[in-house]
Design a protein around this ligand. Sequence first.
Ligand code: C2E
Ligand code: MG
Ligand code: MG
Length: 751
Amino acid sequence: MEQLDVALRLIPFTVLVSLSVVQVIVYLFWNSANSTYLAALEAAILPLTIVVLQQCWLWRSRPKPREVTVSFIRRAVLVAYAYGCLLASIPIMLFAGANPDGRLLIAASCAGLIATGMSAAVLPRVAISFSSLIIAGSFFGLATTGERFYTYVAILLAFYAAFICFTILHFSRLLKMRVIAQIDLERQQEFTNLLLNEFEENASDWLWETNAELRLQHVSPRLAEVARSSERQLHGLPLEQLLLPAVAPPAGHPSTVLWNCIAERRTFRNLILPLNIAGEQRTWELSGKPTFTNGVSFSGYRGVGSDVTEKRRSEERLSYLALHDPLTDLPNRVQFQQLLEAAREQLEAGERFAVLALDLDEFKSVNDTFGHAAGDGLLRAVAERLRRFASPDVQLARLAGDEFAVLAIGSAARDRHAIALLASDIVAAIASPFTISGIRVSVGVSIGIAIAPQDGCVEIMRRADLALYRTKGEGRNGYRFYEAEMDERIEARRALSTELRGALERNEFLLYFQPIVTREGRIRGFEALVRWMHPKRGFVSPAEFIPLAEETGVIIPLGEWILQQACATAAGWPNGISVAVNLSPIQFRHSDLPLLVSSALQESGLAASRLELEVTESVFLEATPAIKTALAKLRDLGVRLSLDDFGTGYSSLSYLRRLAFDKIKIDQCFVRDLPHEQSGAAIVRAIIDLATSLKMTVVAEGVDTEAQRRFLLSLGCHELQGYLFSRPVPAEEAHALANQKGLRRETIHAA
Ligand code: C2E
Ligand code: MG
Ligand code: MG
């Protein structure tokens, strides 16, 4: 189709030239001898030319057909034959009879006409049909003269003809190749455009292009959309105006980097540019590459861009969340670690810093009593108060739950005094009550402080925590500095807990028994108290190892052993004498206590009514349905329950009402200063009155002196326990005491 198109553009000229040549020939050779031939020639060539011109005109004015039919080409070849024949007839008919001038004219015309065949070279069959007929006619004309001179002319004509044919074929091939290349190129372009359109329609990216003056070219609808402008307005706009930065860019700013690249005609990739688009802060990502004509002269930039504002915002939000606590908006543990790291690097410059580990006191009970929403509100309010202390030298963080941390650097960590002042200010700030959705809540804060470099750099967080535990252990709501001895204690504890694990198998535990006596001094029963005889350390107090056993889980097998031992021992005592066994809250959580108790009773043969179980109030801190069921089942077995250390824990009177206890043991701290201490006496009296009216037995623990005994009896206390009567004694001694009717003075002194 392309070939035909090219040929049909030139053919009108060829036929017009042929027609003109014919007119000149007719004019010059018209005489009586030639007139018939010339008239016939004229009559043939005129309509043929008109038809050809009309066909060419139609071809150009109509839409091109999809494909060229073979018959169309065949017709074109036929027309070329017709022209060739008509023109070839000129030398045949006229050359021999012409004078030298006429012959020259015919020779020149034929040469020219043969050459015009080249105009149809794209269609070689047409061209060759046309030219070769004229060549043949010319040969014939030359031959008919019979003159030797024209033989030489014929030889020249043969060369000439060969050259013409070769050129036609060569041109045709070249044109064909060019046309094919052109078609390929167009197809490629079409494909690329298709891809680009697809890209712009579906991706958030767009293409951009500038000319050598850096003015925008070929603005795509997508670019116009993100630039909040129109394609028309953007076309020709200097790139500089489009990429106006949101603020004046400092050195090293992406915008500066961009313009440096452009000035040096360098490629840039994925540059992040903060921009001001129609008054809104947006972020674009831009890549671009300079283009050069002929590889030398700069012709502009071309590249892709995308609006990454939303992506950036969500990335920023994510990285904010990764470093902040969503509840209080304070930095989280991760960021605090980074701050610590930075502070550590500053140490080399002779700086020092302090870490304050904070933990709220009684936060759990606020959470439990008022619910999590109130707990969250409290944490937010605490964070708000802590923020008052924030400065470039004082950085805050929430590490977890009710744990906060403060990093003091620079002047805030100038000396121990400055740090202590900060800590005591924080304690004071948290101490004043909070109002959380209308509820007044009071909490305290315990603080542990460690200072770098004196307390180490790497371990500083752990050491601040150690100091914090000490503050907690020493009555909370205050602060303490880390001391090396705290680490030693931890180390000792760790060693002890390792040894504790094998102690039961090594038979290092013993049960001692301390009598509980009636008002008259008769033994009612004994409390079983466990002892650890450590092979190297000697006697280790239960006050020290029971918490460890609870932490490590050793309390589960140990508790079971104690229960069996106590029941077995008590089974050997006279009938009316009972045994009291202490239970740890951990045992309620992790073992089937009712089953354990009933099997201990069965194995020993001890009557259930002679077993008392002592529990502390801490069991009720998590009075889950499971614990309540366990307590009820224990009561159903017929054992008695006593509430140990009453008054030291969360002493909620509602426990007494909800859970039927047989006994209350008044903690020794209330007994210690009797009878002189007024408030202690008042508390003991109140407990005794309350318990009596609830029909519970009251036992006073830690009765050391005769004065205490008398005073407690005067208040109506039912039973007594303490060194005044007897210290805890080994099983054999307890057996002997149990078989006596009462405790004599000598026994007391022996104890
Ligand atoms: P607790 O159950 O309140 O036991 C009473 C503690 O007071 C015993 O200390 C006893 O020796 C001591 N005590 C008795 N009379 C006096 C006195 O007149 N003055 C003074 N100052 N102290 C007196 P112990 O045996 O060191 O036990 C301490 C705590 O260890 C117990 O307190 C109990 O909570 C726990 N514990 C002891 N044995 C066991 C046990 O077998 N199982 C469990 N789970 N805990 C036990
Ligand atoms: Mg006890
Ligand atoms: Mg007690």
